[in-house]
Write a protein that binds this ligand. Structure first.
Ligand code: PEP
Ligand code: MN
Length: 355
């Protein structure tokens, strides 16, 4: 893919690049107050705001729609910020294009529906506007890639992916599970694609923003989208996660900024990396030996007409390995996941031999 580098089309006001603004445009006064506060921080490269809000339940505040575009245009004129708005339908897109919105983004709820995405992608053909693509709600990399590809095929080369966390069955302390491995995989699949992190929607609460932002930075996020509001507690949407522009300044000031890889300040990391390469290679050899043995066992089980699954043996393996691993400082959760994976593979191998 021939995605344009961010620096070709966006002037960064700070490193890391920050996109900020309220979850929703609630009034002219609120929009301008947020923009003024953000302008004062000197950190923000793009001003964002939702004006059509997708709400989980009916009767919530659904945004002011097109009238709010007047407020955003005012922000652009007064403070010089490029403005970004979420679009979910070709009608939204048309309204934004008419009013000179600089960047549009596709939300997590829209991304799950290829029909909606196809309609948007067709409506945007021939228009030179950057598109930011939030990860769809489902933890499914292919779905996210599909949205990116549909816009790319429509000729959009100014693209940013935004990692905002995923809906999962098991809940932890986050509003949306980060599942960091998914954006990392996206980045390795499309190395030119800038991948931003949206800690606001991952965390869902102000007190977790700092750590989520820091973690994303250490995982090489290319920038951030963070929601701000002059009076966050009173916000009509996402009140628990928004922060004031002043708090945004504090958050950014407290970040530990990693050095660029090229500078390579710590040569000893190379020595450790070589050792890890070596250990990984040994691990792979050991795993291959283990699976060869599983195959031999399968032959015996077949001859002796034994079942594949021997629950007692499996329980013993889980118990003994788990204890041994914990004594060596490995986490219980990690060894459990690893053993389950090994067990599944062993069963698959044996099934092939026996059935
Ligand atoms: C938002 O950015 O305010 C928003 C609705 O985001 P998401 O689509 O990630 O839920
Ligand atoms: Mn929001």
């Amino acid at each position: 893919m021939d995605i344009l580098p961010l620096k070709n089309w966006l002037t960064p006001r700070s490193a890391p690049v920050i996109i900020s603004g309220p979850c929703s445009a609630e009034s002219r006064q609120q929009v301008l107050a947020t923009a003024e506060g953000l302008h004062r921080t000197g950190l923000v490269s793009v001003f964002r705001s939702g004006i059509w809000k997708p709400r989980t339940r009916p009767n919530g505040f659904e945004g002011h729609g097109e009238v709010a575009l007047d407020w955003l245009t005012e922000v652009k004129e007064k403070f010089g910020f490029p403005i970004a708005v979420e679009v979910a339908t070709p009608r939204h897109l048309e309204a934004c294009l008419k009013r000179g919105v600089d960047i549009v983004w596709v939300g997590a709820r829209t991304g799950v529906n290829p029909f909606s995405i196809q309609e948007l992608a067709e409506a945007i053909k021939g228009v030179d506007i950057p598109v930011m693509i939030k990860n769809p709600l489902n933890p499914d990399l292919a779905l996210w890639m599909g949205v990116i590809e549909r816009f790319y095929l429509s000729g959009i080369k100014k693209l940013i992916a935004i990692h905002r966390g995923f809906n999962t069955y098991e809940k932890t302390r986050y509003r949306n599970e980060p599942l960091w491995e998914i954006p990392i995989k996206l980045k390795s699949t499309f190395p030119q694609l800038p991948v931003f992190c949206d800690p606001s929607h991952i965390a869902g609460r102000r007190d977790l923003l700092q750590e989520v932002t820091q973690k994303a930075l250490l995982l090489e996020a290319d920038g951030f989208m963070i929601e701000t509001h002059p009076n966050p507690g009173k916000a009509l949407t996402d009140a628990a996660q928004q922060i004031t522009p002043e708090k945004l300044r504090e958050l950014v000031a407290a970040l530990k900024i990693p050095r660029p890889i090229e500078e390579n300040p710590c040569k000893e990391i190379e020595i450790l990396r070589n050792r890890i390469d070596d250990l990984d290679s040994k691990l792979i050899t050991l795993l291959a030996q283990r699976m060869t043995m599983v195959n031999d066992i399968a032959q015996i089980k077949k001859e002796c007409k034994m079942t594949i699954l021997q629950l007692k043996r499996w329980n013993t393996i889980m118990e003994t390995r788990s204890l041994e691993a914990q004594e060596k400082g490995l986490s219980k959760e990690f060894i459990k996941t690893l053993l389950e994976l090994l067990h599944k593979e062993s069963i698959d191998i044996q099934s092939k031999v026996i059935t």
